[in-house]
Design a protein around this ligand. Structure first.
Ligand SMILES: [Ca+2]
Length: 363
């Protein structure tokens, strides 16, 4: 049974709209322009891939929402060439701004996409392969690169022996050279980088592993297999690289008000406690001597309570407050400092009383 056109047209034409979008964007990347630059070659493939992914997703969504059990036969029968062309025109106006940069539309590409949709999608279900690789030739199969889709170094199955990226992999650009992962080096990413050793090596596989933290270079995993010790490490009697204790040196590498803290392969300088003049570690019990305002008590620099002395804060109406390492003198309650003397604070009500008294006396 035939559905009414008004309700059936939207779901029916939706896949075609995706085709239009696809066509429009791809047309911005005509093969004639692909030789322009390396960047453009890679971008051309990335764009084609992106469009195919969105197209596939769009088709999947449309099928789920509108076709349910599928009505492809009816759809193909109803969708006329005239409707497709009309939608092409409509979308060329609306969709072209989504793609970059604008360029003239080629009839040839328009036809490629239509051809695939109506005639080839069963025979070539992989639209990416058919369109991007085989037809408009902006991409290459995985593991190959360049104009002729040559195999990457180390072969297309495992480019760069699985230890790096092949330049231009899957695109019509690049030179197939390997960009090795950090652990690997060499043309085929089979050699180990500085600081790594070969833990497995045969004709096809190479595994490089990081040296022990103590080694600059090495032949194996432990600190006895270093070829050279890293800075901050020193070779001991057993020919192993061990941490150098910088803090044990006769002259401390730290400042006078700091203590030295040894760490694996390095050291750090930390501030002494406020009560110390020089120290050997953290806290007031590691002082070499005490700062003024502190006194050594039980091998610990302790605050001196100056307020216990009769010689401090001797002005009238003045109190002493002890602080860590010092003390301060403040006026007692209801007194305030005026020109170095503590005077009684006169409250607002008292002022008013005094003012009224003056007025009464005068008038
Ligand atoms: Ca150290």
């Amino acid at each position: 049974m035939r559905r009414p056109l008004s309700s059936g047209l939207a779901p029916l034409l939706l896949p075609s709209l995706y085709l239009v979008l696809l066509g429009t964007c791809l047309l911005l990347l005509p093969p004639s322009a692909l030789g322009a630059s390396e960047q453009r070659l890679r971008q051309a493939c990335a764009t084609c891939r992106g469009i195919i992914e969105r197209f596939d997703q769009g088709l999947a969504d449309t099928a789920k929402k509108n076709f349910g059990g599928g009505n492809t036969a009816w759809e193909e029968k109803t969708l006329s060439k005239y409707e497709t062309s009309f939608l092409f025109l409509f979308f060329l106006i609306n969709v072209s701004s989504w793609c970059f940069p604008p360029s003239p539309i080629s009839k040839e590409h328009e036809e490629h996409i239509e051809k695939w949709w109506f005639k080839l999608k069963k025979k070539h279900p992989d639209l990416f392969k058919w369109l991007c690789i085989e037809t408009i030739e902006v991409c290459c199969p995985a593991g190959t690169y360049g104009t002729d889709c040559l195999a990457c170094r180390g072969g297309s199955e495992r480019p760069c022996h699985g230890n790096g990226l092949c330049e231009g992999d899957g695109t019509r650009g690049g030179d197939g050279a390997c960009r090795c992962n950090r652990e690997y080096s060499g043309e085929f990413c089979l050699d180990c980088s500085y600081g790594y050793y070969s833990s497995l090596r045969n004709d096809t596989h190479s595994v490089c592993t990081a040296c022990h933290n103590a080694c600059k270079t090495c032949t194996g995993a432990s600190n006895t297999e270093c070829e050279e010790c890293k800075e901050g490490w020193i070779e001991n009697n057993e020919e192993a690289c061990v941490d150098m204790d910088e803090c044990a040196e006769e002259v401390s590498p730290c400042k006078d008000d700091q203590y030295c803290l040894n760490t694996d392969g390095s050291f750090s300088c930390k501030a002494c406690d406020d009560s110390c003049v020089g120290c050997t570690g953290e806290g007031p019990d590691k002082c070499k001597s005490c700062m003024s305002g502190y006194t050594m008590e039980d091998e610990k620099c302790t605050d001196v309570n100056e307020c216990n002395s009769a010689e401090v804060c001797t002005r009238e109406n003045e109190d002493c407050i002890n602080t860590s390492g010092s003390y301060k003198c403040v006026c007692s309650e209801n007194f305030e400092n005026k020109d170095g003397t503590c005077v009684q604070i006169v409250k607002a009500g008292e002022w008013l009383f005094a003012f009224k008294t003056i007025l009464r006396q005068k008038y």
